[in-house]
Design a protein around this ligand. Structure first.
Ligand SMILES: *[C@@H]1O[C@H](CO)[C@@H](O)[C@H](O)[C@H]1NC(C)=O
Ligand SMILES: *[C@@H]1O[C@H](CO)[C@@H](O)[C@H](O)[C@H]1NC(C)=O
Ligand SMILES: *[C@@H]1O[C@H](CO)[C@@H](O)[C@H](O)[C@H]1NC(C)=O
Ligand SMILES: *[C@@H]1O[C@H](CO)[C@@H](O)[C@H](O)[C@H]1NC(C)=O
Ligand SMILES: *[C@@H]1O[C@H](CO)[C@@H](O)[C@H](O)[C@H]1NC(C)=O
Ligand SMILES: *[C@@H]1O[C@H](CO)[C@@H](O)[C@H](O)[C@H]1NC(C)=O
Ligand SMILES: *[C@@H]1O[C@H](CO)[C@@H](O)[C@H](O)[C@H]1NC(C)=O
Ligand SMILES: *[C@@H]1O[C@H](CO)[C@@H](O)[C@H](O)[C@H]1NC(C)=O
Ligand SMILES: *[C@@H]1O[C@H](CO)[C@@H](O)[C@H](O)[C@H]1NC(C)=O
Ligand SMILES: *[C@@H]1O[C@H](CO)[C@@H](O)[C@H](O)[C@H]1NC(C)=O
Ligand SMILES: *[C@@H]1O[C@H](CO)[C@@H](O)[C@H](O)[C@H]1NC(C)=O
Ligand SMILES: *[C@@H]1O[C@H](CO)[C@@H](O)[C@H](O)[C@H]1NC(C)=O
Length: 828
């Protein structure tokens, strides 16, 4: 008996030892006192265990930094941003001469809190529950002599301050990391406008302003150019200004985890942590990546519609391939071939030539020169060594001297930019066949311009494709082995197509076949054998699941058949590709009709009502009647496809299930604007249920009736969301004004108003207050308007003071005295 107990004891001991070796060894304290130090894997934890201080190495970097992070998660503060250490076991963070000092391998101090100290033995550093590291000398209550909140790096935590002190002249500025693996200060920073106004600005290289938040409005508690802030009811922002200091700070209402982060992309982001893991993006500014000043560096060009956003101009290559791969584009691009160094004479062949680049956004820093023709303009540029490009348009001739930065390639809808003529070495130009010199050949053909654009796309596409291939080759090889086993076992339940046949069907995934970009990857039109038209979705990332499970899920989903769901016809899993084949919907997606003025007339009221009912039936089916209970989680207009008779079919309905939680979240983050459909409890806490789909359905309902996009209300002064706007009108008895003007002739008022009413019910703050999908259908079909329960104010409709997203009990008490009863106008 005794030996047994001893054996168990020693086993437990060994297990504990192993755990300790693998994980960080916490000093089980929140304080570093004069006799303690941190090195190696040692950390201290805040009293509530939420934050951790210790060494970390970002990504695959071999360099180490002292930082504060959420326990086992993202870093929020870095001490030695620019002086990493390489051997953490021989480096040390400890109190020295009244300061907290980091000593490197050779015991040299490389970072210090650097306060003129009251050197005493009571000096200690404490990590507080809010993530603030404070240095205290003396009693607990005294003001810290130093605190990390006064020296933020790239993350702004609740209770932190961003502003400046008129006394110490100290400023708190958020500065992006240089790259995802290098915390050294990057080129982008957020600071309070130094001119003493209550607005924030984003700066490039601490000098060039590229964004402003607009003024803080105390009444609406938002910045004038960031009305999205009202969508979040988790923050309480406040502005403090007095003789001594001027700053913003914020607190959070609920027990959630939130942050502002100055991202390496140059965007400021507001995010909250989901219970299910992962950050949920509320908004980012500037809204478009390419609005970040010079985000692709010199001779790089930004394209909003490509990933990555940055590419080098033709004839240029990244200055540093490594940094470029780490999404640090700031180094920009350099010429592959140097320019001609001799003096250009009128007809020597080596002299530089110009490549035309259509649809570029206008650059700044141009020099206007007098020229009567494009030929003369070109010749002026050619004869000036420092001239790198010219343009000739209605403003005349402009030339650019030196590096070109802040270039943007415009595509698609907004492609009416300027043609820029880029100076390249003659030998480079041969790579781009359509290029020509105005001085040599006067004739300009529009056709070749578009040919260049096509070529560009293909080249960029190839580069991207190759890069991905190279990185994943090893993983793919392993993966293919697994897949061939799975393939062998697959029965005839779900047809499996070969990659070869998919490539033929889509013309090698050609751009012309591309139908669009769905949440999980691009979708192509394809023609399979027997001239069957299909939509082919190429999944962008592989599932976290095993592949057998993946196939099982697919087979289950293929069995779901409902007239309002897009049918899965087959799949292809080969060479690391995951491809799903769906029935083809000739009328594409609902958003194409709803949000395009020229198409809107094709959607009369009958069609809209058919769509409203059809989507409801489809959602009801996946929630209730299918063998698998599925929560869609990304219900929105672009996921509703229309067949030839404009009957709606929901797409991507099994994807959330296939991909698991993490992938859906990641995608929701990337697709800006989807948050407009997200239920508050899902957006804030990651809790999803049938009722979160009901919420999204409510948004969709209002969109269909009003013809307005949920995310398009940014610029309206008074109200931010579609729901808020509609509610204001509704409350005043002007529900009719919510209805899209273009259907005022075809709609049946009672039906349309009933839809709006049901929409509000679906948008209730508390999930319990929202109807189930089956009662939604019941209500839509009800002939008697009075049978609908009254709607309360929808979630996310007004400013943050009115709608805190805490428990439902609180919400219902708040509204119980104040319920607005809606009576619909008499039908018929
Ligand atoms: C530090 O260590 C010295 C000597 O070991 C001891 O006298 C002193 O009390 C310790 N100080 C603290 C704050 O623990
Ligand atoms: C790091 O330092 C420790 C202690 O000085 C030493 O034992 C170890 O070999 C060093 N590791 C490396 C990789 O240099
Ligand atoms: C430690 O820092 C000092 C001063 O910055 C530097 O000279 C020395 O090379 C560093 N030691 C190591 C091992 O990096
Ligand atoms: C520490 O502060 C002093 C002035 O307060 C300054 O001169 C010195 O450069 C600082 N040292 C470091 C390492 O920041
Ligand atoms: C600080 O407060 C803690 C508990 O709140 C107490 O244990 C500790 O002794 C105090 N330290 C000083 C220096 O007063
Ligand atoms: C501050 O104001 C001055 C003068 O009005 C202006 O020239 C300067 O650009 C402003 N600075 C910023 C950062 O807005
Ligand atoms: C940023 O500004 C500094 C001078 O303030 C300059 O030396 C540096 O080259 C600039 N960086 C870039 C990438 O332009
Ligand atoms: C928001 O913060 C300010 C200042 O801290 C405070 O006065 C106000 O009561 C807070 N508002 C809410 C709704 O908590
Ligand atoms: C400003 O600072 C002075 C000196 O530190 C202090 O006495 C005064 O109370 C402060 N004023 C405000 C409004 O905080
Ligand atoms: C180019 O012309 C300049 C004067 O116009 C002359 O000084 C220079 O030597 C010439 N260079 C070459 C390579 O011919
Ligand atoms: C090139 O053009 C710029 C702007 O007009 C001018 O400042 C510069 O002197 C020119 N350089 C040469 C070599 O002509
Ligand atoms: C989601 O991601 C988190 C952290 O990245 C991980 O711990 C968790 O296992 C993942 N969950 C699934 C279902 O993949």
């Amino acid at each position: 008996m005794d030996t047994k107990t001893n054996l168990m004891k020693s086993m437990v001991y060994v297990i504990l030892l192993c755990l300790n070796l693998k994980t960080h060894i916490s000093l089980a304290a929140d304080t570093i006192t004069i006799n303690q130090s941190l090195s190696g894997y040692q950390t201290i934890l805040s009293a509530d265990g939420a934050f951790e201080l210790g060494f970390f190495s970002p990504g695959s970097s071999s360099k180490s930094y002292i930082g504060i992070r959420y326990r086992y998660s993202n870093v929020v503060w870095v001490a030695n941003r620019e002086q990493p250490v390489t051997n953490t076991s021989s480096s040390e963070l400890r109190i020295s001469d009244g300061n907290l000092v980091l000593f490197n391998e050779s015991k040299s101090p490389i970072w210090s809190t650097n306060v003129s100290s009251t050197s005493g033995t009571s000096v200690r550093a404490v990590l507080l529950d809010d993530g603030n590291l404070v240095l205290r000398a003396g009693s607990n209550s005294s003001q810290p002599s130093w605190q990390s909140f006064d020296h933020p790096t790239h993350t702004w935590l609740p209770e932190g301050r961003l502003g400046f002190s008129s006394i110490t002249k100290q400023r708190q500025i958020l500065t992006s990391w240089k790259s995802s693996e290098d915390p050294a200060p990057g080129l982008y920073s957020l600071e309070l406008d130094p001119n003493g106004t209550n607005s924030y600005i984003l700066l490039w290289n601490r000098s060039k302003q590229y964004w402003t938040s607009g003024h803080w409005d105390e009444k609406s508690r938002t910045f004038s150019l960031v009305p999205e802030m009202r969508l979040n009811n988790i923050y309480n922002f406040s502005y403090v200004k007095n003789k001594n200091e001027s700053y913003f700070t914020y607190s959070q209402y609920g027990p959630s985890t939130n942050r502002f982060i100055m991202d390496v992309s140059g965007q400021i982001k507001q995010e909250s942590w989901l219970k299910t893991g992962g950050w949920n993006l509320f908004w980012s500014q500037p809204r478009k990546q390419c609005e970040v000043y010079a985000c692709c560096g010199a001779f790089g060009s930004c394209n909003e519609r490509s990933l990555p956003f940055c590419n080098c101009l033709n004839g240029f290559e990244p200055k540093s391939k490594v940094e470029w791969d780490l999404q640090d584009y700031s180094g920009g691009c350099s010429r592959r071939t140097g320019l001609y160094s001799g003096n250009a004479t009128s007809d020597n062949a080596e002299k530089d030539q110009f490549l035309d680049m259509p649809s570029m956004s206008l650059l700044e820093n141009q020099v206007s020169v007098d020229a009567v023709s494009i030929v003369q303009c070109e010749s002026i540029c050619l004869n000036n060594r420092s001239c790198t490009a010219y343009a000739y348009d209605s403003n005349g001739c402009s030339i650019w001297i030196g590096d070109l930065s802040n270039l943007q390639q415009l595509t698609g809808e907004d492609s009416d930019g300027t043609t820029l003529y880029l100076r390249l070495a003659a030998s480079e130009l041969k790579n781009f066949k359509s290029a020509k010199s105005h001085a040599n050949k006067r004739s300009l053909k529009i056709a070749t311009v578009s040919a260049t654009a096509g070529l560009l796309t293909v080249i960029v596409g190839c580069i991207l494709w190759k890069r991905t291939l190279g990185k994943r080759r090893e993983r793919r090889r392993k993966y293919d082995e697994t897949i061939s086993n799975v393939g062998a076992k697959n029965d005839a339940e779900l047809p499996v197509y070969s990659l070869k046949s998919i490539l033929v069907a889509t013309n090698n995934f050609s751009e012309t076949n591309k139908l669009g970009e769905g949440g999980f990857g691009p979708v192509y039109k394809g023609i399979l054998t027997e001239s069957q038209e299909v939509a082919i979705k190429r999944l962008s990332k592989k599932s976290g699941q095993g592949h057998q499970e993946f196939m099982n899920e697919l087979k289950l989903i293929a069995k779901l058949q409902h007239t309002n769901l897009v049918r899965l016809l087959g799949c292809c899993i080969e060479e690391g590709e995951m491809i799903l084949i769906y029935e083809y919907m000739p009328n594409r997606s609902l958003d194409k009709f709803l949000f395009d003025a020229s198409e809107l007339t094709n959607l009369d009221w009958d069609k809209r009502f058919q769509i409203i009912e059809g989507v409801a039936q489809g959602v009801l089916y996946i929630h209730k009647y299918s063998r698998l209970k599925i929560i869609h989680r990304d219900l929105k207009a672009s996921n509703v496809l229309l067949d030839e008779t404009m009957k709606p079919k929901i797409s991507d309905f099994g994807m959330a299930r296939i991909f698991g939680i993490n992938q859906t979240e990641a995608n929701t983050n990337r697709v800006v604007g989807t948050y407009g459909y997200m239920a508050p409890e899902y957006g804030l806490y990651g809790q999803f249920s049938e009722k979160s789909d009901v919420f999204s359905y409510g948004v969709l309902l209002l969109e269909i009736v009003s013809g307005k996009r949920s995310g398009s209300f940014y610029h309206v002064e008074q109200v931010v969301t579609l729901a808020g706007w509609a509610w204001e009108l509704w409350k005043e008895g002007k529900g009719m004004e919510v209805i899209d003007a273009s259907i005022r002739e075809t709609y049946r008022p009672h039906e349309a108003l009933r839809c709006i009413h049901v929409g509000f019910l679906c948008l209730q703050q508390s999930p319990a207050d929202r109807p189930t999908m089956s009662s939604v259908i019941h209500m839509l079909q009800a002939s008697d308007a009075t049978s609908l329960p009254p709607a309360k104010e929808p979630a996310f409709s007004t400013d943050i003071r009115n709608s805190s997203a805490r428990g439902s009990s609180e919400t219902s008490t708040r509204f119980s005295n104040n319920e607005v009863t809606i009576s619909l106008p008499e039908a018929r």
